[in-house]
Ligand binder design. Structure first.
Ligand SMILES: *[C@@H]1O[C@H](CO)[C@@H](O)[C@H](O)[C@H]1NC(C)=O
Ligand SMILES: *[C@@H]1O[C@H](CO)[C@@H](O)[C@H](O)[C@H]1NC(C)=O
Ligand SMILES: *[C@@H]1O[C@H](CO)[C@@H](O)[C@H](O)[C@H]1NC(C)=O
Length: 230
């Protein structure tokens, strides 16, 4: 009787003893309770992102505005004169358009993607990959759902860099917590509305197409929310 009890208590303690060794020495790193977790996104911020996708470079003005349920990516190709506005509402509607300042053609696509914008805690559950230097900053690194690798400054906890599974990479150039874009700028132009009476089904098909196109070229954050279902 006594040996059996002893045996049980020692197997119970074994995993606890092993955890630090697994965390430190395993090549394929499992998650550990003590691992750092990504800092949730501030509810409102403005960020200038330098994007690199197969050496095509872009500048993105990102305005994240969770309380108002909206997210804006204002995109300019390197030396491009056309600015693309990607305005995402948390009711699932997205507008992709240009404005007359940079393009005389009245271009607008509307998509109903069926999910909202990224939540501030969208990185919850990401798998810790350890620390790496990127862009000259020492970062904690996480992978989320084979979709994105995310780098956060160890000291300031600000995002520094992320890479989508497609290879599309963002370098965070500015990160202004609490910055907001004035309401008037969030208004999609009139030619986004009532141009054609496209049915919901057709719009949904279009959204799938846009999702695929996004995966290849444009923004990808919304795409992330679609794939991760968050
Ligand atoms: C862009 O990424 C490619 C790898 O995909 C790299 O070779 C190139 O140096 C990067 N360009 C810049 C300006 O960072
Ligand atoms: C979602 O919200 C935007 C902004 O208020 C609006 O233009 C759009 O029509 C809404 N979409 C739906 C499906 O209600
Ligand atoms: C995305 O790229 C792949 C190849 O890289 C191509 O086969 C596919 O048609 C592209 N999709 C879109 C929507 O451009």
């Amino acid at each position: 009787m006594a040996p059996a009890i002893k045996h049980r208590s020692s197997t119970k303690n074994l995993p606890l003893l092993l955890i630090p060794f697994i965390c430190l020495f395993s090549v394929v790193r499992p998650s550990c309770a003590a691992d750092p977790t990504p800092t949730p996104w501030p509810h409102q911020f403005h960020s200038i992102l330098f994007m690199n996708y197969s050496s095509s470079l872009q500048l993105i003005d990102l305005w994240y505005d969770w309380p108002n349920g909206r997210n804006f990516n204002i995109i300019q190709d390197q030396l491009g004169n056309k600015i693309l506005y990607d305005l995402e509402w948390t009711n699932g509607t997205s507008f992709f358009y240009t404005l007359p300042e940079s393009s005389p053609a009245e271009e607008c696509r509307t998509a109903h993607v069926g999910v909202g914008i990224l939540r501030p805690n969208w990185l919850d559950g990401a798998h810790y990959q350890g620390q790496r230097h990127v862009d000259g900053f020492l970062c904690n690194v996480w992978d989320k759902a084979d979709f994105i690798t995310y780098y956060e400054d160890v000291v300031t906890k600000r995002p520094v860099h992320w890479v989508f599974y497609t290879g599309r990479a963002a370098h965070v150039m500015t990160f202004e917590v609490g910055a907001t874009l004035e309401d008037a700028k969030w208004q999609a132009p009139v030619y986004c509305f009532g141009k054609s009476e496209v049915g919901i089904e057709a719009e949904a098909a279009n959204a799938v197409h846009i999702g695929a196109a996004e995966e290849n070229s444009t923004v990808g954050l919304r795409r992330g929310s679609m794939r991760l279902d968050i």
